[in-house]
Write a protein that binds this ligand. Structure first.
Ligand code: GTP
Length: 597
């Protein structure tokens, strides 16, 4: 087979180790983008990405580089999302490459994500090029980084390239290493065309644009294509590459990375990790590693103002167009009215979507507590998935409830060991093993229930380690445990938005906390109101709402009767807008206040 002057690679790194800055340097050095066109960070397009400093969507770029051997190579650089919520997307971007540049911040050294990413890359059989970055920093500790490379990642230290994306040191060395160390495109000898789908984007004029890496054969406009996971057929309208702008070309051939526009209209028809083949001469086997992505974390999203419902619905529809991993369907709640049940890959994904709804679509929303997906088996029925506690079968019939666990790699300073061990225990985790990284740091591997890290695990980790701890995780197995549904009752009536599935050992504490919050927020009523937390029929916590009538006229001393009447009328009006839970009137935003903090 002919030699092929294409190299496909990605840059992987822990957050903030300088991936975007370095990518920009590579584009500049290969004259792919002129310096004046480079905004300070070219590859991170979305504002939100810039603000949060994390790359959410991968953008590939094709560069041309004239190497020291005198030949011009086509280099396709894939920018991979670094966060664990997007780990399937990362693994598909990696699968589209033959090599990876692994960045290590010279001042920070190896971090939890560096290790996780390096494992992902070697798991895909990629050639890893280690780069110690930011060597311009006065706090750079090269010896330590080189030592860690050998001890933790098992990469010989003499393979490392020293670089600084900021000062432009080592850029050419990196490009040369990409050309000489990374193998040419693999799997070209397969009979039939195979291209890997690693991303997609929705364009309001052209519909769904699929990002693909061709392994064997070729894709051209006019060809009929088939998506192998579903057998869905479509017609290719256009193919092209990213420079980083989309530029139309005649054909995407072996080893090429580019985009495909077809007559597919719905983003959900394009699945990341799927294989595109030609309809007239289909490949017999898909590319390896395809997996259907399923949301792992669910919550209810409700408009703060009920007349924003349609606006929220439109916003969710638009977000979904560009993000097939995000799911939603309508639901209603006694406490919160009409809204949507939404599914996300993880917590960060959830936060990003919520923030985009607020910011880009200008809808104020309230979200219910996040929940994971439980596997539930009731007598005589098949096992079902439950992502909303309200849908749990009758407790008397339940045989078991199993919850998802994660395998977390937690990197901490030695001095925080005691605090972290108690945090892990509190979160029902167990330590699998510990590795000493260097004189000051250890890496713990722990198995924890996913549900327990949803709310504040990361914040607490950061706080007990004074910001030095970091964590990455992969999903583990489902495990059955003593999990129960806890209801919150107001005067005997359950309030759906506050139902949750909790571990029995934690039910009482959590129940008491919620009852206290509600008792504080619900205004005094004409009669005594009990707020209770219950498991099945058993009450595990109870608070009372004060019993009294708020005298709104108390402030009006003197005898201005018209003013008094006005105030009383206002109070009556206020009452009309109240939510009724049984006989109890509750201001509509009371629930929101509880969910907010
Ligand atoms: P994520 O997208 O969040 O993963 O970040 P990133 O890895 O793309 O890092 P980015 O390029 O955004 O850089 C993170 C910070 O490090 C920024 O403040 C950069 O200015 C700084 N930085 C990047 N490269 C260098 C470098 O070589 N030297 C120094 N001193 N600072 C750098």
């Amino acid at each position: 087979m002919d030699e092929i002057l294409t190299r496909n690679f990605c840059i992987i790194a822990h957050v903030d180790h300088g991936k975007t800055t370095l990518s920009d340097r590579l584009l500049e050095h290969t004259n792919t983008v002129e310096q004046r066109v480079l905004t300070d960070q070219h590859l991170d397009a979305m504002d939100l990405e810039k603000e949060r400093g994390i790359t959410i969507k991968s953008h590939p770029v094709t560069m041309h580089y004239r190497a020291k051997d005198g030949r011009t190579y086509k280099l396709n650089l894939m920018d991979t999302p670094g966060h664990v919520d997007f780990s399937y997307e990362v693994s598909r971007s990696l699968a589209a490459c033959e090599g990876a540049v692994l960045l290590i911040d010279a001042a920070q050294g190896v971090e939890a994500q560096t290790v996780a990413n390096a494992h992902l890359a070697t798991g895909q059989n990629l050639k890893v090029i280690p780069v110690i970055n930011k060597i311009d920093l006065p706090s750079a500790n090269l010896d330590l980084c080189l030592q860690q490379l050998e001890d933790i990642l098992f990469i010989p230290h003499d393979e490392a390239i020293l670089a600084s994306g900021k000062s432009g040191i080592g850029i050419q060395d990196i490009l040369e290493a990409v050309v000489t160390r990374i193998p040419p495109p693999r799997w070209r000898d397969h009979k039939g065309t195979r291209a890997l789908v690693f991303d997609s984007l929705y364009d309001s004029y052209r519909g769904v644009i699929t990002y693909a890496r061709v392994f064997s054969g070729a894709l051209r406009a006019g060809d009929g294509m088939t998506l192998m996971s579903t057998g869905q057929k479509a017609e290719i309208k256009e193919v092209g590459i990213f420079t980083p702008k989309m530029v139309k070309i005649d054909m995407l051939g072996e080893g090429d990375v580019g985009y495909v526009v077809s007559n597919i209209k719905d983003t959900s028809d394009i699945k990341i990790g799927d294989t595109i083949t030609l309809t007239r001469q289909p490949a017999t086997e898909m590319l390896p590693g395809y997996k259907e992505v399923r949301p792992m974390v669910f919550c209810g999203l409700y408009p703060l103002e009920s007349n924003d419902y349609e606006k929220l619905k439109a916003a969710l529809g638009r977000l979904r167009l560009n993000d097939a991993a995000f799911q939603y369907q309508s639901e209603s709640s006694i406490a919160l009215g009409f809204g949507f049940r939404c599914g996300f890959l993880g917590l960060l994904h959830m936060e990003i979507i919520q923030e985009r709804i607020r910011r880009e679509h200008d809808v104020e929303i309230i979200s219910t507590y996040p929940s994971v997906v439980y596997h539930v088996k009731a007598h005589g029925l098949p096992e079902i998935d439950v992502d909303n506690p309200v849908l749990l079968p009758d407790p008397g019939t339940i045989e078991y409830i199993a919850e998802p666990t994660i395998r977390a790699s937690i990197l901490i300073p030695n001095t925080s060991m005691g605090d972290i061990l108690s945090l892990i225990m509190e979160k029902r985790g167990v330590i699998d093993h510990t590795d000493t990284l260097d004189a000051n740091r250890v890496m713990l591997t722990a198995i924890l229930p996913l549900n327990e890290i949803l709310v504040d695990f990361n914040d607490r980790l950061k706080s007990v380690t004074h910001g030095y701890g970091s964590m990455d995780y992969e999903l583990g197995e489902y495990k059955a445990d003593d999990l129960v549904k806890m209801d919150i009752l107001i005067n005997g009536e359950p309030v759906d938005a506050f139902s949750s599935i909790v571990h029995r050992s934690k039910a009482e504490g959590k129940g008491r906390e919620l009852c206290e919050k509600l008792a504080e927020i619900i205004p005094p009523q004409m009669f005594r109101v009990a707020i209770q937390a219950a498991i099945g029929g058993k009450i595990i916590a109870r608070e009372n709402v004060r019993e009294m009538r708020k005298d709104v006229t108390a402030k009006c001393y003197g005898g201005d009767i018209t003013r008094k009447r006005k105030l009383l009328e206002k109070q009556k009006e206020g009452k009309k807008k109240m939510k009724q839970i049984g006989k109890v009137s509750i201001p509509p935003d009371a629930f929101i206040q509880v969910l907010k903090n």
